[in-house]
Ligand binder design. Structure first.
Ligand code: ADP
Ligand code: MG
Length: 267
């Protein structure tokens, strides 16, 4: 089992779209996926078909209640499992401040430890900030996927993001890795898009996923039906891109674990 955060402090870059559609695509490929919506805006929760105003057992409640974790997990119609969010989660950021430094950062990882090995993969949707919620998500993760919008200011904020990543790595989570950088909302008709792709590749090198997510209207429409694009329009470009991404990710994870095994054998 592996836990991956979809992380970028910028809003509107494609985090939630990636969580909803990558999780559904992976489920479609036979993997048992748990999504944790860790953004108080709860867009992943609604995107996967839940009415956020009716959510009772949210990730927020998990911090306070003594109920067993199974009671917070919902199976979505699109196939992935979900621990929903609610707007009240924003309060947690303030409440965490009163805890001691280590506990403040490890609340989410303690919850995830309880869940154990029930799933092939846990995917966390992060809020658009570098606050305590995001830090908790990073500490709870084995790796991060960084979605980047292929637009003019694509790399703006990336050095801040990388500083946060490095500081978590050097303080609490030594083995936190970058799973991949995902180019989102790519527009093939726009010359600038190609320039941005080159710029991102020269910064992140081989970390950039081969799969790019095109700008596709179906991806923007699907959430209003509470569906992933995989279910809303399986033949759309958006659906095919996220299915390709899911296959690429599975291959990468297989490769990584082989490499780790070989390394262990040698040492
Ligand atoms: P974030 O979670 O990073 O804030 P979202 O995934 O919510 O970003 O995306 C921001 C907006 O852009 C949403 O309205 C979403 O539907 C739309 N969007 C995201 N990816 C695409 C895409 N590839 N093509 C078209 N619209 C997209
Ligand atoms: Mg979002």
């Amino acid at each position: 089992m592996k836990t991956i955060s979809i992380f970028n402090q910028k809003g509107g870059v494609g985090k939630t779209t990636t969580v909803v559609n990558l999780a559904t695509a992976l489920s479609k490929l036979g993997k048992k996926i748990l999504v944790i919506d860790f953004d108080p805006q709860a867009n992943t929760t609604t995107g996967l078909g839940l009415d956020k105003s009716k959510v009772e057992k949210s990730i927020y409640k998990m911090f306070y209640e003594e109920d067993s974790f199974e009671n917070y997990i919902v199976k979505t119609e699109d196939g992935a499992y979900l621990i929903p969010s609610e707007n009240a989660l924003s309060g947690l950021e303030v409440e965490l401040v009163s805890l001691d430094e280590r506990e403040r950062l490890t609340m989410l990882s303690s919850i995830i430890k309880e869940i154990g090995d029930d799933f092939d993969l846990i995917i966390i949707d992060c809020p658009p900030s570098l606050g305590l919620l995001s830090l908790n998500a990073l500490v709870a993760s084995d790796s991060i996927i960084i979605p980047i919008q292929t637009e003019y200011y694509a790399l703006e904020g990336v050095s801040e993001l990388m500083n946060t990543y490095k500081s978590i790595k050097s303080s609490v989570k030594e083995d936190l890795e970058i799973e991949g950088v995902l180019l989102c909302m790519f527009d093939g008709r726009c010359k600038l898009s190609y320039e941005v792709v080159e710029e991102v590749k020269s910064y992140f090198k081989s970390k950039v996923f081969k799969t790019m997510i095109p700008r596709n209207i179906k991806l923007a429409e699907a959430p209003s039906y509470g569906k992933s694009v995989i279910v809303y329009d399986e033949k759309s470009k958006g659906a095919r891109a996220y299915l390709n991404l899911a296959s690429e990710l599975i291959e990468n994870i297989k490769k990584e674990s082989k490499e780790k095994e070989n390394f262990k054998k040698k040492t």
